[in-house]
Write a protein that binds this ligand. Structure first.
Ligand code: ZN
Length: 210
């Protein structure tokens, strides 16, 4: 089974992918991780990627496809992949199909993590971490205890409401049309991702068994 974990930023795709790794021994394929891992190597490709990033440009789809196909062709993880953060648009989705087919595989399901945007905004813009105990909290859902409040809590500069709204707008425009595309292929499984993390985990396990 190969699946896509789909949903807006802050829906919990990374967290639930990690549970799928534990529960079903699947392998998470995230473009961010693929790029970071490649950068650690001393390869020609890694040099190329470094140059692109340093010049402030976006890494081309061609490079992303090469990194992804490298994983798809790996027999050890055949039919056990979770795609996280890829595809981001219909063109990428079509290329994913081509790559899977080339290696005698296909996409089984798309898990659509559904969360209200008002909640996403709070989930992301409320994130803080404590510099002393290193724990992360959320000002709205999981407020830090008083002893942590006495330290200067750290907030990532891009975790503010304006940035989150902008990311959601881009998601709506570029990525959300994919959902329709996969609905037409009867591949979408809707998940209520407003629930507690463990409840969401159970729901996902349930629908994947069914
Ligand atoms: Zn603390």
């Amino acid at each position: 089974m190969n699946i896509i974990i789909f949903g807006p930023p802050g829906a919990g795709k990374g967290t639930q992918s990690n549970f799928l790794k534990e529960d079903l021994k699947m392998t998470q394929i995230s473009t961010g991780d693929l790029l970071r891992n490649e950068l650690k190597k001393e390869s020609e490709l890694s040099k190329q990627i470094r140059n692109i990033i340093e010049s402030g440009k976006l890494v081309s789809d061609k490079i992303i496809y090469d990194l992804i196909e490298d994983k798809i062709s790996n027999k050890n993880i055949e039919n056990m992949m979770i795609f996280d953060g890829f595809p981001r648009n219909i063109e990428q989705a079509k290329n994913l199909e081509i790559m899977l087919k080339k290696h005698n595989q296909h996409l089984s399901k798309v898990l659509n993590l559904k969360v209200d945007y008002s909640v996403l905004i709070k989930r992301i813009s409320g994130r803080v971490s404590c510099p002393v105990c290193k724990n992360t909290f959320n000002e709205y859902f999981d407020p830090p205890p008083q002893k942590c409040r006495e330290n200067k809590l750290i907030k990532r500069s891009d975790d503010n409401e304006g940035t989150v709204k902008k990311r959601l707008e881009i998601y709506d425009k570029e990525t959300l049309p994919l959902l329709e595309y996969y609905k037409n292929q009867n591949k979408v499984l809707n998940i209520d991702a407003m629930k507690q993390i463990d409840e969401v985990r159970k729901e996902i396990r349930g629908v994947l068994k069914g």
